[in-house]
Design a protein around this ligand. Structure first.
Ligand code: Z5A
Length: 217
């Protein structure tokens, strides 16, 4: 039975969530069974961890080490509770962020030792690895502009990770560049600055060749 595991990555406001939904819609229209997930979160336990990481009142004292472990606790649960069972029955799993986010944010952004970060990730995911990772690239000013216009339409909710300074987000962006350079076959960089439909088409060109054939396994 063939399955496919696709992850989306990028800095905030790059358009991941928008493109995850569009891709899932397109795949379902072709008859694929698709599971859309997000990190941190995606399971009841993971969603509680997400709240602790992002919005909880007590998270102001959270250390970077705790952040690393909580991200990967959520991930370990998601991999075993949802991703592996879905892949085992031939579903296409599309996940909004996965372990490259940890390398970029906790490794490059927070400055935690990269070898240590890698070993925590390895423990959390084992051999469950994405077949294809779509890294949406937008310059920081586009990211900031989109987040600002979105925030102006929503009630304010404090998010601890978004409180990082400009240098933190610059390091995260450099981290993504390094990840893409290290694994060019898995990690494909897509410009996220064009119109939503154009980005969607560019993503489709990368996904189409790796799709499992329906009904032929
Ligand atoms: N994190 C971590 O540190 N370590 C980890 O291991 C993991 C995560 C897994 C999760 O936040 C946070 O956790 C994130 C990384 C960290 N922190 N930060 N900062 P999240 O899940 O709440 O949010 P996010 O992943 O950062 O994504 P986002 O901010 O929601 O943005 P997005 O999904 O990339 O973009 P979007 O929601 O699709 O689009 C943003 C807006 O732009 C929206 O109004 C769209 O309508 C608009 N948009 C989208 N595409 C376009 C185009 N092409 N043109 C114009 N406008 C567009």
């Amino acid at each position: 039975m063939k399955s496919l595991f696709i992850t989306f990555e990028g800095t905030e406001g790059c358009g991941k969530s928008t493109q995850v939904e569009l891709l899932a819609e397109r795949l379902r229209a072709l008859g694929h069974r698709v599971r859309v997930l997000r990190e941190p979160g995606g399971t009841p336990i993971g969603e509680e961890i997400r709240h602790t990481l992002k919005h909880s009142k007590v998270n102001v004292t959270m250390t970077y080490e705790t952040e690393l472990l909580l991200m990967n606790a959520s991930r370990a649960q998601l991999v075993r509770e949802t991703i592996r069972p879905a892949l085992a029955v031939g579903e296409i799993v599309v996940c909004d962020r996965f372990y490259d986010s940890t390398t970029a944010y906790q490794g490059y952004g927070r400055g935690l030792d990269l070898a240590l970060v890698r070993s925590v990730i390895d423990f959390a995911v084992g051999d469950t690895r994405p077949n294809l990772t779509l890294l949406l690239h937008v310059p920081p000013e586009v990211s900031a502009e989109r987040l600002q216009s979105r925030q102006s339409t929503l009630p304010f909710v404090r998010d601890r990770i978004e409180e990082g300074d400009r240098y933190f987000f610059e390091r995260v962006a450099q981290g993504y560049e390094a990840i893409a350079a290290a694994e060019p076959n898995r990690v494909r960089v897509v410009s996220g600055t064009g119109a939503i439909e154009v980005v969607c088409e560019n993503i489709w060109e990368l996904v189409r060749p790796v799709l499992p054939r329906i009904g032929r396994w």
